[in-house]
Design a protein around this ligand. Structure first.
Ligand SMILES: *[C@@H]1O[C@H](CO)[C@@H](O)[C@H](O)[C@H]1NC(C)=O
Ligand SMILES: *[C@@H]1O[C@H](CO)[C@@H](O)[C@H](O)[C@H]1NC(C)=O
Length: 358
């Protein structure tokens, strides 16, 4: 019985990424001190008994811990500021709009993704706003987006200086269709008083963008309600979900056309190799992952730049967990082409230090 629970938990934790061996009592691992210490440190004593998954590459069948239940339970980082805040967001959200899992892009409903932010640019003295990027509300006053969304010809000081004649960033929350006033939305617009692009953000190489993440500080706290509510930041482990949802105003079935109505799409995580093959560029697999529609059923772009890819929060049914930020991708409408996302969990500490720091 216990072994079965262990096996089920292991399968659940492994998803498609690890291979069980020896009738499910072990997992194929590299014979190293970190991957399989149980065998590594006594290998000279038990040389004849070692079971290999692949002897040439020294992949051994590493026995599962007998009591792996403790390990299997996702650690709850409950004392961390981001997690406390997440619990608080859950406490104050009385109701929420749920919708079933869908394949292919479709219009989002009002209040379905209240953490979605539009990031736009206005020219001085003009009322017209160009909505260029998406973002995610993670705190009443902070939005997380992609670093490249904030790259401008002006310096940051010039962009933020109200007296300097340069285009200014604006953020809108609570929107559904920005070309409609009859939609189920309650927009709130904000000026940007500060923003921080990740210090290791790098787009020097033509084909690559690294650490593509940034934080925007709004000029005031958003009013949280059914239309505007933050998403939670991810914990340090357990962020390799295979099915994710992306949302944005940039995803359309036909290349080049933006949608003024918020859209959503269910996407699958791509294996890194398959992703590189389809995109014909290398990704930095430690900090980036790919998602798309493997068989091309969705036939969509995957979201606007800076917008989120997310999953249902495992504990709070009214909240989503921010897993990735849309960084770059294939051409919209190209079947089977994935987009590349920044892995947010690697940056939770950094975001926390800015959002909940001094
Ligand atoms: C803004 O929201 C944060 C988080 O809920 C809260 O701690 C802070 O006091 C609020 N600030 C103002 C000025 O209301
Ligand atoms: C929104 O409306 C404006 C003015 O009618 C139009 O020019 C623009 O193309 C519309 N945008 C979208 C994305 O539909």
């Amino acid at each position: 019985m216990r072994a079965w629970i262990g096996l089920l938990l292991t399968l659940f934790l492994c998803y498609a990424r690890c291979e069980l061996c020896d009738r499910g009592t072990g997992v194929c691992k590299e014979l190293t001190a970190t991957d399989c210490p149980v065998i590594f440190f006594i290998q000279h004593l038990i040389a004849n008994e070692i079971k290999y998954c692949n002897e040439i590459d020294e992949i051994v069948c590493c026995p599962l811990p007998r009591n792996n239940q403790k390990k299997a339970v996702e650690p709850v980082e409950e004392n961390r500021p981001y997690e406390k805040q997440c619990k608080h967001f859950n406490d104050i959200r009385a109701a929420c709009h749920q919708s079933p899992f869908i394949v292919g892009g479709t219009k989002a409903a009002g209040r379905e993704f209240p953490f979605m932010a539009l990031i736009g640019i206005t020219k001085r003295g003009k009322s017209e706003i160009n909505w260029d990027c998406g973002g995610t509300l993670v705190h009443p006053r902070f939005v997380v987006t992609a670093g490249h969304c904030l790259e401008t010809p002006e310096t940051k000081e010039q962009r933020l200086d109200p007296n300097f004649d340069s285009p200014k960033f604006v953020v809108r929350l609570g929107e559904l269709d920005y070309n409609s006033t009859a939609d189920d939305a309650q927009p709130q617009d904000f000026k940007v008083i500060n923003y921080v692009v990740h210090p290791a953000y790098n787009d020097d190489d033509d084909n690559k963008v690294e650490n593509d993440i940034a934080i925007i500080e709004l000029d005031r706290n958003a009013t949280l309600n059914e239309y505007v509510a933050p998403a939670c930041l991810p914990p340090s482990t357990g962020n390799d979900q295979q099915q994710l949802t992306a949302a944005g105003w940039g995803l359309t079935a036909d290349a080049g056309h933006k949608s003024s109505h918020l859209l959503k799409v269910s996407l699958e995580r791509f294996d890194d190799d398959l992703c590189e093959e389809r995109l014909e560029v290398e990704i930095e697999s430690r900090t980036q992952f790919c998602a798309g529609s493997i068989n091309g059923i969705g036939d969509t772009c995957n979201g606007d730049s800076g917008g989120p890819i997310f999953v249902q929060h495992p504990r709070y049914s009214c909240l989503k967990l921010l897993i990735g930020i849309t960084s770059f991708g294939g051409i919209c409408g190209t079947r089977g082409r994935p987009s590349v996302y920044t892995k947010v969990y690697l940056y939770t500490d950094w975001i926390e230090s800015i959002v909940w720091g001094e």
